[in-house]
Write a new protein. Sequence first.
Length: 227
Amino acid sequence: MRTAKLFLGDLHLQFAYGLHLLYVVFTILFISLIHVLPPSWREQATLLIIFTDPAAIGCYFMGAIVLFERNEQVLGSLAVSPVSAFEYMVSKICSIGVLSTTVGCIIQLASGGNPVSLPFVTALFLSSCIYSSAGLVIAARSGSLNGFILSTVPFEIVFTVPAIFFLFGWHKSWLSVHPGVAFMQVGLRGNHVLASILVLLCWTAVFLFATHKVVKTLFRSRGGVTL
């Protein structure tokens, strides 16, 4: 019950911060871009946009929210409340994940390509959770907004570049354990959809475990941040 209230509160805060409006603007721009591309490019372009924007942008939104809360000493209040680090983490990640998944599904439907299936929704949500977890961890260890942005670059490269290579034909068997490639496998409706979902589940579990440890430390330190 407490986690559900935190989740709804985070959705309300995201609306207050204007994140929903930003997503609406991005969605309109991306759909327009897809429809001006040649039909033969649209499936790959749609997957690339969904993977690198609605899912990946959650990393930056998460970072901005956590840095703001650190600066306003919100975490200090939460640390002495009944709210646990796990509840805080789940609420944050799921609220961003729901928003990112909804936008990704809208783009997929509007592109006129493959239908939105349960495996696709699952893969998109799990990918968003991984990105959001990374954003939370990086924000917790960053002392400023500029530091956060710089610190996300290595993660973005490692997580995104192999997936882009795979999407455009660089198919290596060892890439199947890469979370970004696993999402592309599901999006392309390949022969290993179930295995790809399991890969994403495993990576999500690893990221959640690491994020929980960082959030627990963050709750104990309750330090401020320079924006």
